[in-house]
Design a protein around this ligand. Structure first.
Ligand code: SF4
Length: 517
């Protein structure tokens, strides 16, 4: 069964729930899936799922049967699970896991594709690992991840290793909801990369002036700084992203740092300050001097690939040599914590090109490396022209991922954060690796959603994590509310005051109980 665009007729007996989860599971196997629920409608494949609840034995039995019409082929799987928690929610959870397990196995049989993440389809699987580690010993967690979610051994280890490492690096990860982190979004880049879905605009373009944008950013910093002082709030980490923050001039960067220091309380106690200097073509001596002056701890210089043809194809407009020379220059200027982002599955790239990239990175040995797997997101130019790009097959992507794992292991880089994306090639993951003690705290906090991140600037998304109330336990899920700023500079320039006011209102609501004390 190798079709990419499939109409699936889904028939459910004994339940009418779990639409989203079933859809996402099917999506792991096919590029495009349309779920059809009416019996008469035309489809390529028919899936029948049946759930039987056994109250007396406290078990749930699920069966999945897949029929492909043309070939008259059938695949069936069955699964029975004990219900460990006899509440309504406990039964529901067991039913969901059982039916997803049966369907996953039937789909694996039918397609010949093994899913290393089992039935997990969410973006933040380490959250699950943390929740389990809070209640059970590591061996029990391993068994649960394998048995209940059918996750492959290597991914089970990855998840638990990452969660344990995060707690080592931020021992108070679960107590940090009385502090916040800051994200500064600077929406400009020298050119727009083909795969990009970030709020990034060509700095030479006409989408609102840089000066007008900076005026808005300074305003937001001052207003949020005032709120923080009133609320007695401290900052854990600060991250400049975008876009490429180093696209603006050194003096403009200096002025933002000055405003941050004037407005934010406790700047000297911030645990980590990162600036994305992603595009090597934006790095200059003046900008590095500004970053040194304001004690920036960590920067990112992102090669993505060390094959010039690829950089040209994806519109990065810088050379491979420039990546190397700017890296060495940054080191000479005293920046001693540098991250590099790499992407697996760039157009026309296979094992040979990725091997070359790893060999080149090995000559530089940055303190951390983030390995992304290319994701076809709806908004990118590349997705719109998807047919004109040649991208590696699922098996090749997996092999490159495993090359990255072996390579990082050999060089003592350890995984410390990860996330998955929808539409990620080969259903794999993005993993951040670092040398011991060089983990990015911001990345951990942002991914685990244990702390509010206030986003300032264009396209910055604030994530407000409502602080726990005294009666809530450490394992209770906290309410998280997103608040995005406008993505386009011209829209931001017109409405930043209004957005700042709404953001402060939301922060006041979230921290009402804390502020009152
Ligand atoms: S450098 Fe990054 S933010 Fe800028 S266009 Fe390229 S991918 Fe997007």
């Amino acid at each position: 069964m190798g079709e990419n665009n499939l109409k699936i007729h889904l028939q459910r007996n004994g339940f009418d729930d779990f639409n989203t989860e079933l859809f996402h599971l099917c999506k792991l196997f096919f590029d495009e899936v349309e779920m059809i629920y009416e019996a008469a409608a035309q489809s390529d494949v028919s899936i029948t799922l049946e759930l039987i609840y056994n109250d007396r034995e406290a078990t749930v039995n699920a069966s999945a049967k897949i029929i492909k019409f043309e070939g008259h082929q059938t695949w069936s799987r069955e699964k029975t699970r004990e219900v460990k928690e006899l509440s309504e929610e406990g039964w529901r959870r067991a039913a969901k896991r059982t039916v997803l397990s049966a369907l996953l196995q039937a789909l694996q049989d039918a397609t010949g594709i093994e899913q290393p993440w089992g039935t997990l389809t969410g973006v933040r699987p380490t959250k699950l690992a943390h929740n389990l580690l809070m209640k059970y010993r590591r061996e029990q967690c391993e068994q649960m991840l394998r048995d209940e979610y059918l996750i492959a051994d290597e991914k089970v280890s990855l998840l638990l290793d990452i969660a344990e490492r995060q707690l080592k690096v931020i021992p108070d990860l679960f107590q940090l909801d009385r502090e916040i982190s800051i994200y500064i979004g600077i929406p400009f880049c020298p050119t727009k990369c083909a795969y990009c879905t970030f709020p990034a605009y060509d700095i030479r373009g006409n989408n609102g002036s840089v000066e007008a944008f900076l005026q808005g950013l300074h305003y937001e910093i001052r207003e949020v700084g005032r709120w923080m002082k009133d609320a007695g709030m401290r900052i854990t980490t600060i991250y400049w992203g975008g876009g490429t923050p180093t696209s603006i001039e050194a003096e403009q960067m200096d002025a933002i740092f000055q405003t941050m220091h004037d407005a934010f309380p406790g700047m000297n106690e911030v645990r980590e300050l990162t600036v994305e200097a992603g595009r090597p073509d934006t790095i200059t001596k003046d900008k590095l001097q500004v970053m040194k002056k304001w004690n920036v701890d960590r920067i990112s210089i992102n090669p993505q690939s060390f094959t010039q043809r690829t950089l040209d194809a994806i519109g990065r407009h810088h050379t491979v040599e420039e990546t190397v020379s700017k890296f060495i220059f940054s080191r000479e200027m005293g920046l001693d914590n540098i991250n590099m982002d790499l992407i697996i599955g760039l157009p026309n790239e296979g094992i040979e090109q990725f091997k070359h990239t790893l060999e080149e990175v090995e000559k530089l040995l940055p303190e951390s490396i983030t390995v992304h797997t290319l994701s076809f997101k709806r908004a990118s130019k590349m997705t719109k022209n998807r047919d004109s790009y040649e991208v590696a097959e699922r098996d090749e992507i997996r092999e490159m991922m495993s090359m990255a794992t072996d390579w990082t292991d050999r060089l003592q880089y350890k995984p410390y954060y990860m996330y998955r994306q929808k539409n990620i090639l080969g259903n794999l993951e993005n993993v951040g690796y670092s040398l011991e003690g060089r983990e990015s705290l911001y990345n951990i906090l942002m991914m685990e959603e244990r702390q509010t991140i206030i986003g300032l600037g264009c396209g910055a998304v604030s994530k407000i994590v409502f602080p726990k109330q005294p009666k809530e336990s450490v394992t209770d899920q906290q309410k998280v509310e997103r608040f995005p700023n406008p993505k386009e500079p011209s829209a931001y320039n017109q409405s930043y005051k209004e957005y700042t006011e709404k953001k402060l209102k939301l922060l006041n609501e979230a921290y009402l109980s804390v502020i009152e004390k």
